[in-house]
Design a protein around this ligand. Structure first.
Ligand code: AMP
Length: 416
């Protein structure tokens, strides 16, 4: 019996992991430079944490969660996102309070039972930040800038920032009323899902991707026209701060995002190179969530980046390679006596900080050289019985094909 991984759950294979490691190193570096500290939470949480925060009627909670009953008869769920677990952990461990701002970041696997396609998986990875304890528009601008800096450091080009405000508890209800009145006449022109959304969460009709729904919604009353003065001012401050950082934004009045907890700012960083799943990063304010989850009344803002989509962009924009300056040396040991000497030399090359590997299974010179070029080695160090007797190895430059005899103690110098 041959087994396969579950649909939508991919192995990340050895030739793909260097790109992931590169991304992970940049996430730690850039996020920490902006004053965020890493938090790691369990993959499994009580189901209620997600239904309460994301919203019972959202697609994530109603259709996509990996929920099961554990042996203690509790309903548990594999995390579909990380904002709710981070807020839960911050409350539980007293990381937040009115006099302290918690700036946290995370990286790891999320699980959603979605229809797998390019850029959409059932197990996928996100890196994200959550700043809990302030409603300053500077934080909204800071996290968007942080996302952009990360993408810049990774060499990603052609991104756009879409910005919106979904209003607050005081202005959103009246917009929803206006929107419902508009939609009531048009239910026959909307898809089945949007008919259900009309009842449960009419804001979600705004970002339905179906053609017939977006045609109807192009004439919908605008969310930005109904913002209260505070929401308007906050939104203008965020836009102004981003402009001051030379970050161009586009107002997308239909950007409401798929989770119920958002208030005020919502944003996405998108790339046209990602096809229909164009959002690389999504986030916004969630000023009511901390209190909703049993914590103090504290405003917060955050985002999540989809790392598989980031890998797709990195591969599309920058063919992977060893990168400049990183050398790889292959040590070919021919014969039993040479093995010990080769092992010693291999060790000293690695100790000098150069990536190296050796032939372990006693192959011929020809197959060693073939293996070295398959591994894209820069040099092959060849050691046979004659070389052991002479205390010198043959060092072959794999790019030029030139071969020189070099004394054992000078090999590192030659390679460097
Ligand atoms: P969300 O948590 O839904 O706000 O999504 C934030 C980001 O996570 C998106 O912009 C995507 O880049 C990524 N993402 C969300 N769902 C998936 C999925 N099923 N597969 C891959 N990436 C995803």
């Amino acid at each position: 019996m041959k087994y396969q991984s579950l649909r939508g759950m991919n192995d990340i294979l050895p030739d793909e992991t260097p790109v992931w490691q590169n991304i992970e190193a940049s996430v730690h570096g850039v996020f920490q430079r902006f004053g965020y500290s890493e938090i790691r939470t369990p993959l499994l949480e009580k189901t209620e944490l997600f239904s309460r925060s994301i919203g019972d009627l959202t697609d994530i909670v109603s259709k996509e969660m990996y929920t099961f009953t554990d042996k203690g008869d509790r309903s548990v769920t594999l995390r579909p996102e990380e904002t709710a677990p981070v807020v839960r952990a911050a409350i539980e461990n007293n990381l937040i309070g009115s006099d302290k701002l918690a700036k946290l970041y995370y990286m790891g696997a999320m699980f959603r039972y979605e229809r797998p396609q390019a850029g959409r998986l059932r197990q996928f990875n996100q890196a994200g930040v959550e700043a809990i304890g302030s409603n300053s528009p500077v934080l909204d601008a800071e996290i968007i800038l942080l996302g952009i800096k990360l993408f810049e450091e990774l060499g990603i080009k052609g991104l756009e920032v879409e910005l919106n405000s979904v209003g607050c508890a005081s202005c959103r209800p009246s917009y929803i009323k206006t929107l419902r009145a508009f939609l009531k006449e048009k239910l026959g022109d909307l898809c089945e899902d949007c008919n259900a959304r009309y009842v449960s969460n009419p804001l979600r009709v705004l970002d339905c991707k179906k053609e017939k729904c977006s045609a109807v919604m192009s004439k919908a009353p605008s969310l930005s026209d109904s913002l209260c003065p505070e929401c308007k001012k906050h939104f203008e401050s965020v836009s102004g701060l981003l402009a001051a950082m030379n970050i161009r934004t586009r107002l997308n009045n239909k950007l409401v995002r798929g989770l119920d907890y958002y208030t005020g700012t919502t944003f996405e960083i998108v790339s046209s190179q990602l096809g229909s799943q164009s959002a690389l990063c999504g986030g916004g304010r969630y000023d009511g969530l901390v209190e909703e989850l049993g914590g103090p009344k504290l405003p917060a803002v955050g985002f999540a980046i989809g790392l598989e989509r980031l890998v797709m962009l990195m591969n599309a924009q920058k063919p992977s390679g060893k990168g400049p300056g990183s050398k790889f040396v292959y040590v070919a040991a021919l014969g039993e006596k040479a093995q010990k000497e080769a092992f010693i030399i291999l060790n000293s090359i690695r100790n000098a900080g150069v990536k190296a590997d050796m032939e372990y299974t006693g192959k011929s010179l020809k197959s060693c050289l073939k293996a070295a070029s398959l591994l894209d080695a820069d040099f092959t160090v060849i050691i046979g019985d004659d070389e052991v007797a002479k205390n010198a190895a043959l060092v072959k430059d794999m790019k030029t094909g030139q071969q020189k005899e070099i004394a054992f103690e000078r090999i590192i110098e030659e390679i460097k």
